[in-house]
Design a protein around this ligand. Structure first.
Ligand SMILES: [Zn+2]
Length: 93
């Protein structure tokens, strides 16, 4: 179990996205809070999101659609089973 830094709720570890650099290997905010951050980013940057999502899909046609972006180089994708996972975002220079 782990407590979310944003909503303060204690949840199972599978309710947190992985973050390789973190001490416990997980993000400090839960999946719901991560998604909220991503949604706000997309709302604030609709054009950038569209461009990046299209670019990512073109480069990774087998990996499904990006659903949410949650950081400079991280996004959530959802596969055909509805399973969500974290992907590295191709940072364009
Ligand atoms: Zn939370």
């Amino acid at each position: 179990m782990k407590t979310c830094s944003k909503c303060g709720e204690t949840k199972d570890r599978d309710q947190f996205y992985p973050r390789p650099k973190a001490k416990d290997g997980l993000r400090s905010d839960c999946k719901l809070c991560s998604a909220e951050v991503a949604r706000k980013w997309q709302e604030a940057n609709p054009d950038r999101h569209r461009n990046n999502a299209a670019k990512w899909k073109a480069a990774n046609p087998e990996q499904g659609d990006i659903t949410l972006r949650i950081g400079a180089d991280t996004a959530i994708r959802q596969d055909e089973n509805g399973e969500q996972s974290l992907v590295r975002w191709p940072v364009s220079s």
